[in-house]
Design a protein around this ligand. Structure first.
Ligand code: CA
Length: 162
């Protein structure tokens, strides 16, 4: 139930130090995503419940979230709703970070869930099964947009630029 640490410390990423939170309860998909992301130089942490994902977002900074909707303790869209409800103060780094980009991963028949997720503030979605190259392209685009609209302080690893 807790956040599995597969991160930064053990495996230094070279993809700009980007850290991705994978919220997925299907172990096979989660493991595949994590391995693929790490291969591409991202740090990836995996959570398998709404509760553990919220805990992770409340305690650590992530550059993006890959979000499955059907989770054992609730709907993943609850995470988007709560995240976007956070009141952010300009220039003040706080967690959970309301501006964290979220990409929803859904099954083909979950059209309404996807729409609901986007309406709640998710940035993009992909239908399973998805192609890793497309996933990465969407991730990058999403994170670029997020940096463009973020607070005046841009965090990049340990470096902060005003
Ligand atoms: Ca699921």
């Amino acid at each position: 139930m807790r956040v599995q640490e597969f991160s930064l410390r053990r495996n230094r990423p070279h993809n700009g130090g980007m850290r991705i939170l994978v919220v997925e309860d299907n172990e096979g998909i989660a493991a595949g995503l994590r391995a693929n992301l790490m291969q591409r130089g991202y740090a990836a942490d995996v959570c398998d419940t709404v509760a553990s994902a919220w805990h992770a977002l409340s305690t650590e900074h992530f550059d993006a979230v890959l979000l499955d909707l059907g989770l054992p303790d609730g709907d993943g869209s609850e995470i988007v709703r709560r995240l976007r409800a956070q009141v952010s103060r300009p220039g003040v780094a706080q967690l959970p970070d309301a501006s964290t980009p979220v990409l929803i991963l859904t099954a083909r028949d979950q059209v309404q869930d996807r729409v609901a997720g986007l309406n709640l503030g998710a940035d993009d979605y992909l239908v399973k099964p998805f192609d890793m190259d497309e996933l990465e392209a969407r991730l990058r685009a999403m994170m670029r947009r997020a940096v463009g609209q973020a607070s005046p302080v841009i965090r990049h690893g340990d470096l902060e630029v005003d």
